[in-house]
Design a protein. Structure first.
Length: 337
């Protein structure tokens, strides 16, 4: 799966999922539709009168000899040019209206929140689709102020500012907020609940990866490995061979360019999340049964970096290394189930 986000040259404001006056919205769409059909009627009327006029010139001129052949041809030519210009003009007007209607319908659908049945199904699909041990980075997002977002093909990461050009590095009290330095979210889940590609970035996640963050806890580490060093198929095959053992992680130890440590700060759906993706989605993923699934995402901070500044790119590989304590807890949970 690939989200295929375009990389913006600058930050842009993503519209929030504010309440929409659907009554006014539908009335405006109806007015656009009425104008469309009025233009269609006018266009076909012009074509009809053009044809009638052409026949009139030919028949009248033939019967009465009122026009010479050259005059008849000139009249037909003028009639053709005028009618062509008018019909082309009004056809283009129709296209503009259709485009507006389509855009408004898309905007309307993109602002509709998921239902209870939809969010339940999306969570099931996410767990089925994504591995809990590894995945691919599908989008990188930097943030400026509320709702200001930019998709990037690559980002610079350092232990001082976190992600360059991201708002965390501009915080005056960033040392006190080291526990929210970099956030990571599941790209598959967000793409399903967002309804429109650009709105995926509203979740506030910096790293959007195709990995399920189930039972990832404080103390666990997230390895980021360059796509030039390995690929997802190699990681899959190694994991099948070695399972969740120290030998598996040793295979990639020298290839890791960034290690992120999962912090104790909980990343739960807040009022902003509800406004953007809906009350149903927020309440469901925050429920006690799903709190360890981390559908909302995780907060991390840089724990190790290969160089002072390292670039992370879309397509890089993520590997989750759980601490021994969390592995024990995970095994116990599996037995309980």
């Amino acid at each position: 799966m690939s989200l295929n986000f375009s990389n913006e040259k600058d930050f842009y404001t993503v519209p929030e999922n504010v309440e929409l006056n659907f009554k006014a919205f539908n009335i405006q769409n109806k007015n656009l539709t009425k104008n469309y059909y009025k233009l269609r009627l006018l266009t076909y009327s012009i074509l009809t009168f053009s044809v009638i006029g052409s026949f009139t010139v030919v028949i009248y001129g033939f019967k009465t000899n009122a026009f010479s052949t050259i005059q008849s041809m000139m009249l037909l030519g003028v009639n053709f040019i005028v009618s062509s210009f008018l019909t082309n003009f009004f056809f283009n007007k129709q296209k503009v209206i259709v485009s507006k209607i389509n855009k408004r319908d898309f905007l309307k659908s993109s602002r509709e929140h998921v239902t209870k049945n939809e969010i339940v199904q999306i969570c099931k699909e996410t767990k089925k689709h994504c591995s809990i041990n590894y995945g691919v980075i599908e989008a990188l997002v930097t943030r400026k102020r509320s709702n200001m977002r930019m998709f990037n093909s690559e980002i610079e990461v350092n232990d001082t500012n976190g992600i360059s050009n991201d708002f965390w590095g501009d915080l005056e009290n960033r040392d006190e907020k080291i526990n929210v330095q970099i956030s990571i979210c599941n790209s598959f889940f967000l793409s399903k609940i967002s309804k429109a590609p650009s709105r995926v970035s509203l979740a506030g996640g910096n790293i959007l990866a195709d990995v399920h963050l189930q039972n990832v806890n404080p103390g666990d580490e997230i390895y980021i490995i360059s796509k030039d060093e390995t690929d997802i198929d190699t990681v899959k095959n190694k994991f099948k061979e070695l399972k969740d053992t120290e030998e598996f992680y040793q295979c990639f130890q020298n290839k890791v360019k960034v290690k992120l440590g999962v912090t104790e700060k909980e990343h739960t759906g807040c009022a902003k999340f509800q406004r953007r993706y809906g009350k149903v989605a927020r309440e469901y993923i925050n429920s006690e049964a799903l709190v360890d699934e981390h559908f909302r995402g995780l907060f991390t901070s840089v724990s190790h970096i290969k160089n002072n500044t390292t670039k992370v790119s879309v397509g890089d590989i993520i590997v989750i290394k759980r601490s021994k304590e969390n592995k024990v807890n995970n095994n116990e949970n599996k037995k309980d189930k």
